[in-house]
Design a protein around this ligand. Structure first.
Ligand SMILES: [Zn+2]
Length: 271
């Protein structure tokens, strides 16, 4: 089954027509994980999972929000315990250096302080994932000049913390970095960016990927693939990501859908 491994129907972008977007998913039919970025959107992800077949939830506080609210471990733990059938992962969590200027402006913190806080919250997610046998959904984004290496820093945390089951969603690192992650058994998530990426980097990564570590995702409402560029993204468009990967790997679309669906089930421990 088509599986969007990272999407945000829990976000405000769908407040006007969420039921219609959900209907298109159910009619397809497809499976998906709505990913939390704060406590409120984590709650919403759980609600959507409880009400819809083949919908699952990941709970987390996004690294760009670590100063916006406290990460209350006990609240997240209660949500997991009460919804263990539907909560499949912690995240998205990780490190984000791209939005440092905004964080600095809003909270007056320097880079080292932001980095330390993101790392502290990231490790709390890892602990909850381990305690509850959940997967980990990791977000990483480099600063605008790419002077820093967010993927190296993330890799170090995952290794230090002995994380075993994780996806680096919307992977945006180099071929060498991709190799390091997959050598450790981590999954990489590919978005609609592969349908319009002119650099060729993502294509070269997909070609060397162990097939059982490839995931597809929309990251909707963002990153709309060709041919829907300019519109709000939604889960059914993940089919275009499957089509592009099929072209790169010289497989059929159906084979890629089956492969990536099984990979998502393995990562998220679904039957
Ligand atoms: Zn996301």
């Amino acid at each position: 089954m088509l599986f969007d491994s990272h999407t945000h129907l829990n976000f405000q972008a769908y407040d006007e027509d969420r039921e219609e977007v959900i209907k298109r998913c159910l009619d397809f039919p497809m499976s998906l994980v709505n990913i939390g970025a704060a406590f409120a959107t984590s709650l919403k992800a759980v609600e959507l999972a409880k009400n819809n077949q083949n919908f699952y939830a990941a709970l987390g506080l996004h690294p760009i929000h670590v100063f916006d609210e406290e990460f209350k471990i006990t609240d997240y733990q209660k949500l997991i315990t009460a919804n263990s059938e539907k909560v499949v992962a912690m995240g998205e969590s990780g490190l984000d250096y791209y939005h440092f200027n905004e964080v600095e402006e809003k909270y007056g913190v320097d880079f080292a302080k932001m980095q330390a806080k993101q790392r502290e919250i990231f490790i709390k997610h890892i602990q909850l994932a381990k305690d509850n046998n959940l997967a980990l959904v990791v977000h990483g984004r480099n600063d605008q000049e790419s002077k820093l290496n967010v993927y190296q820093d993330i890799f170090n945390v995952l290794v230090e913390q002995k994380v075993e089951r994780a996806v680096i969603h919307c992977f945006g690192g180099s071929l060498e970095e991709a190799k390091k992650f997959v050598d450790k058994g981590f999954y990489l998530g590919f978005t609609g960016i592969i349908t319009f990426d002119k650099t060729g980097v993502l294509e070269s990564i997909i070609k060397i990927m162990p097939r059982d570590k490839i995931l597809i995702e929309t990251d909707a409402p963002y990153l709309t693939p060709v041919p829907n560029r300019g519109k709000r993204n939604e889960p059914v468009y993940v089919e275009h990501v499957a089509v592009k990967i099929a072209e790169i790997l010289e497989m059929s679309k159906e084979e890629v859908i089956e492969l990536t669906g099984n990979n998502a089930k393995n990562l998220f421990n679904l039957k």
